[in-house]
Design a protein around this ligand. Structure first.
Ligand code: NDP
Length: 502
């Protein structure tokens, strides 16, 4: 692998894909993309504005109506997705490298993760020709009535910086299988992997204009895209603030939305759990990906009878975590992806101190030699946290854990559900009855029992409460991008009173 931790003398320039052409922004303006480990720009991307969005949406709209795409059978669409899956597997190392360079996620995680994305395209490619309408068993004997599931049109896919290709794939595979076209707006902080990734679809033979990209700022390019009247649906992954803004913007045109937003997930350790596995799961929940995951188990609820033992094991485990370059295979905790996010994480640590929590580990920026010039924060554990504190209620999106003690099962459920969010939760117990009772009680879209941070193309994913609207993954995800048409046919032509409902 080439050394991607060095800042190149000249920035690599990336272009958008619109109507099959590689294009700059109409304004000619660029945005720098930073390597979070060096803290330096390494590439630049077009800064798109309203006119660029108009062109991209027009291309997607034309492609949606073009027989080159519209005329394909569902089986043919599926086969195109299978080709993409093969290409992903061939080039996964390249995309892992790009993503690690652009957002600082560990190469040890991006490498298997991107290879795994191929399975999303196979799953939804296979599903494309299994979306069946129905002939309805009508109550009116002279009517033959059936349903069809049809694509929506142009989808705007807006994604966050923490895992650009995975978040994109969760939208792209089902929306294409369903027969839609797309304009993709990746985060300004990590657009590069997406701009290269769409090349695979060109190579696979997707018709011109089916897949388009626009890069730029959220409140410029993102907002213009969400506001565009020819967009049928916005499929968004990001924070609560951005999600609410997109929801409001889309409402003006009654554009549909799906929102995958943030979380403040409770990871609950009962005293009957296997504590070694539970502590391992707690570390996976908050320090993997440097805590920059929507599903971070950022509230660790620990039964009082095992609290001290768990904290001791946890601190010992986390204090040994190796920080450093995300390209090194021995690194366990990498940098924070963006400077503003780094400042946000440090400000949340300040709030933890101010609200009276005890800092049992970390609690400050890390600047050892292994951290280069990157934006590093030490793995941080706060104990003595009460659920009212800001570090227990607000999303940190970084390596900061709040440990909250609880008395019993009812207390754990009450604390876990006392959150505006409801993306995921974890339960560690050896009692099967308790596992089922507590899973049923969790107000979250995903519950993991004796595991954490597992995802699959087969398993629906999405939020309760302020964590989102809609589901990605699993068979139901394709219905996010379809609409149902009901066709009525009369088998006995006759006249009757036209002023009465039939
Ligand atoms: P943001 O909400 O800031 O941004 C998400 C995307 O939306 C980016 O492409 C951004 O562009 C764009 N955007 C921002 N504002 C607007 C707007 N007003 N109109 C249209 N588009 C806009 O989130 P982050 O990128 O900071 O990502 C972190 C958040 O994402 C966390 O809250 C995390 O929990 C959540 N997330 C949720 C996941 C889930 O599946 N539930 C998965 C991963 C992350 P730009 O970056 O250029 O500003």
């Amino acid at each position: 692998m080439s050394d991607i931790t060095q800042t190149p003398a000249e920035l690599a320039e990336y272009h958008n894909l619109v109507a099959g052409q590689r294009v700059m922004a109409d304004s000619g303006e660029w945005l720098d993309s930073f390597n979070p480990y060096t803290g330096q720009p390494w590439a630049r991307i077009p800064r798109c504005g309203a006119s660029d969005i108009d062109s991209a949406v027009a291309a997607a709209k034309a492609a949606f109506q073009d027989p080159a795409w519209r005329g394909l059978t569902a089986t043919q669409r599926g086969k195109l997705l299978f080709k993409v899956a093969d290409l992903i597997e061939q080039h996964s190392d390249r995309f892992a490298e790009l993503e690690t360079q652009d957002n600082g996620k560990l190469i040890t995680e991006t490498t298997p993760l991107i290879k795994y994305l191929a399975d999303w395209y196979r799953y939804f490619g296979g599903l494309a020709d299994k979306i069946e309408g129905a002939v309805l068993p009508m109550d009116k004997p002279s009517n033959f009535v059936y349903t069809r599931h049809e694509p929506l049109g142009v989808i705007a896919a807006i994604t966050a910086w923490n895992s650009p290709l995975m978040l994109l794939t969760w939208k792209l595979a089902p929306l294409l299988a369903a027969g839609n076209t797309v304009v993709i707006k990746p985060s300004e902080h990590a657009s590069v992997s997406t701009l290269e990734f769409v090349e695979l679809f060109v190579e696979a033979g997707f018709p011109v204009g089916v897949i388009n990209t626009v890069t730029g700022l959220g409140n410029e390019a993102g907002e213009a895209l969400a506001a565009h009247p020819d967009v049928a649906k916005v499929a968004f992954t990001g924070g609560e603030k951005g999600g609410k803004s997109v929801f409001e913007t889309a409402a003006h045109n009654l554009t549909q939305v799906s929102l995958e937003l943030g979380g403040k997930s409770a990871n609950i350790i009962f005293d009957d759990a296997n504590l070694d596995a539970a502590v391992n799961g707690a570390v996976a929940g908050i320090f993997a990906a440097t805590g920059q995951t929507c599903i971070a188990g950022s509230r660790l609820l620990v039964q009082k009878s095992v609290h001290d033992q768990v904290v001791e094991q946890l601190v010992e485990f986390a204090s040994a975590a190796k920080m450093g370059s995300p390209t090194e295979t021995t690194t366990q905790v990498g940098p924070i992806t963006t400077k503003p996010q780094y400042n946000h994480v440090l400000s949340m640590i300040e709030k933890g101190h101010a609200d009276g929590a005890t800092c049992a580990l970390g609690g400050k920026a890390a600047d050892s030699e292994e951290c280069g010039n990157g934006w590093f924060v030490e793995p941080t554990v706060f104990t003595g946290v009460s659920n009212e504190m800001r570090i227990a209620q607000e999303e940190v999106f970084g390596p900061v854990l709040s440990v909250i003690p609880f008395e019993d099962e009812a207390d754990a459920i009450r604390i876990a559900n006392d959150s505006l969010y409801g993306l995921a939760s974890g339960i560690w117990t050896s009692d099967i009855g308790r596992a089922i009772r507590v899973s049923n009680a969790m107000e979250s879209g995903t519950v993991w029992v004796n595991t954490y941070r597992a995802v699959s193309f087969i398993a629906p994913f999405g939020g309760y409460k302020n964590s989102g609207i809609g589901r990605e993954n699993g068979q139901e995800a394709i219905f996010e991008f379809l609409q149902t048409k009901t066709v009525w046919m009369e088998t006995e032509l006759k006249t009757g009173n036209p002023f009465l409902m039939k």
